[in-house]
Ligand binder design. Structure first.
Ligand code: GLV
Ligand code: MG
Length: 324
């Protein structure tokens, strides 16, 4: 390990993060009763400009009046390039900051964007005497944000998670798509010519680089990497495939933009019983090996060593958090 220690963000479940427009009050109760780990009440793109003042009021009231149970509560403010943003922070945090766990900042471009939000939060929390520090979730969804992702991840001790905003990222990078997430048939590989044999065509994952880069920046700073939206809410298979790809790369959860997507995210991001049992067996086998002064042993015909302990511990820790 490096001499530099990484302080992890507070341990929270973030398997499914449900997006709820702040203007759609009728959806709030259902969201509170849902199985999502995190709910973010939106003031940004799901809310029309004329509805933003009322949406702020709805959110403040809902944070006080609705029983959100054990949910982690977040609010997505507008971008720092808009004149809505300062009012979002001042009204919502002054009005209900003690009921909030997180604030979600969209279209973060530089570490200074986080610094600015941190400064405002600090002033309001101090003025209001709030005891709990609000954490920050940053959406990486522009070319600028992706370029500066490492500085953004390290920008404040409030930082808790990075989120991949695939729709705006596609717009910002001018990716040739109008879908929100998912693969594209044109992003594929054609196998080489081999005589008269028919050639195969394999689809690739056009979001692989972005998600991998986000996972690295998040983990290097102790943050949770979270995959963003999948627009086709009638395509459960497509959602699950995308969620699996991100999970395999290291993400801890995915957004749901529709209640139908909540159980899908929870299934993908809950380590299966067999995986947890295997992880526990690895820890047990390595404990025995170390007691005998061995650094590596065979388990089920495969080599395991001290790195296997670190892999297995991640799975067991997540399973314990879920079981709490
Ligand atoms: C989310 O905000 C996205 O742009 O995908
Ligand atoms: Mg966006």
């Amino acid at each position: 390990m490096s001499f530099k220690t990484i302080t992890p963000a507070p341990a929270r479940l973030n398997r499914c993060e449900l997006a709820v427009p702040g203007s759609s009050v009728k959806l709030f109760e259902k969201a509170a009763k849902s199985a999502a780990d995190v709910v973010f009440l939106d003031l940004e793109d799901a809310v029309a400009p004329d509805d933003k003042p009322q949406a702020r009021k709805n959110i403040v009231q809902a944070l006080h009046d609705i029983d959100w149970g054990r949910k982690v509560m977040s609010v997505r403010i507008n971008g720092l390039d808009t004149h809505y943003m300062y009012r979002d922070v001042v009204e919502v945090i002054e009005g209900a900051g003690d009921k909030l766990d997180l604030i979600m900042v969209p279209k973060v471009g530089t570490a200074a964007d986080i610094y600015a939000v941190d400064m405002l939060l600090t002033q309001i929390e101090t003025a209001k005497g709030f005891k709990k520090r609000i954490g920050i979730e940053a959406i990486i969804e522009t070319a600028l944000g992706m370029q500066n992702i490492h500085e953004i991840a390290a920008a404040s001790p409030r930082m808790e998670s990075l989120h991949f905003g695939v729709a705006d990222y596609a717009a910002s990078t001018r990716a040739r798509t109008t879908s929100i997430g998912g693969p594209n048939a044109l992003y594929g590989v054609l196998t080489d010519k081999d005589g008269d044999k028919p050639r195969d065509y394999f689809w690739g994952d056009m979001w692989h680089y972005a998600i991998s880069r986000m996972v690295v920046a998040a983990r290097a700073n102790g943050l949770r990497p979270i995959d963003g939206p999948f627009g086709d809410f009638s395509d459960n298979e497509g959602y699950t495939a995308q969620a699996n790809r991100a999970a395999i790369l290291g993400c801890e959860g995915k957004w749901a933009i529709h209640p139908a997507q909540i159980p899908l995210a929870n299934t993908v991001y809950t380590p299966p019983e067999a995986e947890v049992t295997k992880a526990r067996r690895i820890l047990e086998a390595m404990k025995e090996a170390q007691a005998k002064g061995q650094g590596a042993v065979a388990l089920d015909g495969k080599l395991i060593d001290i790195a296997s302990i670190r892999q297995a511990e991640g799975i067991v820790k997540q399973a314990e958090l879920i079981a709490k």
